[in-house]
Design a protein around this ligand. Structure first.
Ligand SMILES: [Zn+2]
Length: 145
């Protein structure tokens, strides 16, 4: 999908949704539009970088790839947002691809009382004003480990 979007069209679509991408995050947002979870990756260190930036924090290399993640993880911790009409659980998800690689994302398809630290989750997508954004749902028994 994004293959047909120019950089300007991509930025316009995000800004319309109220999202302000910067030079470091624009490629990550482009991957979201394809419903792919991909972060900058340093091939030299074999290290995923999040939040997105253009420099490896370990070796200062700027030769980074954008690499897709497995979409699997566990709930590191979470909080319940009571300021919205429908209770929403925001999770800090530790991604399975690298110890300590964590991202904030909503936890969906799960009753608020059933969310637990350490719970296995897998990638789901929410629509935010027409832009797919990552969320996580309880992993199903059939999900690849
Ligand atoms: Zn590096």
């Amino acid at each position: 999908m994004t293959a047909q979007l120019t950089q300007n069209e991509l930025v316009e679509r995000l800004v319309t949704a109220g999202i302000r991408p910067d030079d470091d995050s624009i490629d990550v947002w482009a991957s979201y539009l394809d419903q792919k979870l991909a972060f900058p990756y340093c091939p030299r260190c074999r290290y995923w970088i999040y939040m997105p930036r253009s420099l490896c924090p370990k070796c200062w290399s700027t030769e980074l790839d954008l690499r897709e993640l497995s979409g699997r993880g566990t709930v590191y911790t979470f909080t319940i947002d009571r300021n919205v009409s429908e209770l929403q659980v925001m999770g800090l998800i530790e991604l399975a691809d690298q110890p300590g690689l964590r991202m904030v994302a909503p936890i969906v398809d799960c009753a608020v009382d059933d969310v637990a630290i350490g719970m296995d989750v897998s990638l789901a997508w929410l629509d935010f004003r027409g832009v797919p954004v990552p969320a996580f749902a309880p992993a199903q028994a059939g999900d690849a480990k």
